[in-house]
Ligand binder design. Structure first.
Ligand code: NAD
Length: 271
């Protein structure tokens, strides 16, 4: 979607971090943005910022675990702006702890929020984009889905890997029907994500990839560019992640041994 002028972009989890950075980048590119978040104050404050730099913005309270909230989000966006061109499924939460300490109940919560939210969003938004024969989906996964650098958040890893897999499979379905899809795999980004981590058992420092910590505004600009270029895989650290994946493909055993050795001395706090 080369020209974003007056296009309508809906972003879940838009009230903070990467969602906020993307909302403001889309607004600067000329798009109208619908900032959806379960935190009203955050979404309204980002909508206000977006109104100052773009053609219009709306904030909607939406919890992505609710079918009714997502349906109401779609209806509110259509009522207010008359169309929806881009849906960014961006909410993600973390349960942290050793693989033996995270209870099934928190696995279920993380799967519901991170993965089933995308399934719900697909049911609500895809029929609209497919009927238009154009539009774009952005699914936020994580570098955590692409290779193992931590063992302290298995539900998060599982849901993000699933998002990569279903996004790629969906591309086979959507692209021939005129709808684009981007799977965003961020490395570490400065956001408020650590506020909503639930901890189980003895948790040491959160294990992070050895990648540069990025600004969420810069990631937002990357998202806009990927939508304009109709690019599927969006890596925020393309060179580093490419090299890591090649190294793993060449020597999976050696790669794993190296990751285990690195985990023992990489106490950086970031997802
Ligand atoms: N920050 C990183 O380093 C990083 C790295 C890789 C991937 N990601 C992914 O980026 C996405 C955005 O995370 P972020 O780092 O910007 O976090 P953030 O916490 O700054 O923003 C997330 C927003 O989602 C909202 N939210 C949480 N649960 C919700 C729900 N059930 N319904 C609606 N809104 C909800 C929060 O209120 C918050 O405003 C997530 O999917 C995360 O997994 C982040």
């Amino acid at each position: 979607m080369k020209d974003l002028q007056d296009r309508v972009v809906v972003i879940t989890g838009g009230g903070s971090g990467i969602g906020r950075g993307s909302a403001l980048a889309f607004a600067r590119a000329g798009a109208k943005v619908v900032v959806a978040d379960r935190d009203d104050d955050r979404s309204e404050s980002v909508a206000k910022e977006a109104r100052a730099v773009g053609p219009g913005a709306l904030s909607v309270r939406c919890d992505v675990v609710s079918d009714a909230d997502l349906t109401a989000l779609r209806d509110r966006a259509l009522e207010h702006f008359g169309a929806i061109d881009v849906i960014m499924n961006n909410v993600g939460v973390i349960a942290a702890g050793s693989p033996l300490d995270i209870p099934l109940s928190d696995w279920q919560r993380v799967i519901d929020v991170n993965l089933l939210s995308v399934v719900r969003s697909n049911a609500v938004f895809l029929p609209l984009l497919l009927a238009q024969g154009e539009g774009h989906v952005v699914n936020t996964a994580s570098t955590n889905a692409l290779y193992a650098y931590s063992s302290d958040r298995l539900p998060y890893t599982a849901t993000k890997a699933a998002i990569v897999a279903i996004s790629e499979a969906l591309a086979l379905f959507l692209r021939p029907r005129g709808v684009g899809i981007t799977c965003l795999c961020p490395g570490p980004v400065i956001t408020n994500i650590s506020e909503q981590i639930t901890f189980h058992g003895e948790v040491g420092p959160i294990q992070a990839p050895t990648l540069e910590l990025l600004d969420a505004g810069d990631v937002g600009e990357m998202v806009v560019q990927a939508v304009q270029d109709d690019r599927f895989l969006l890596l925020t650290h393309p060179k580093e992640v490419h090299d890591i994946l090649v190294r793993r493909a060449d020597d999976p055993e050696g790669f794993l041994a190296g990751q285990i050795a690195a985990m023992t001395d990489s106490p950086v706090v970031s997802p």
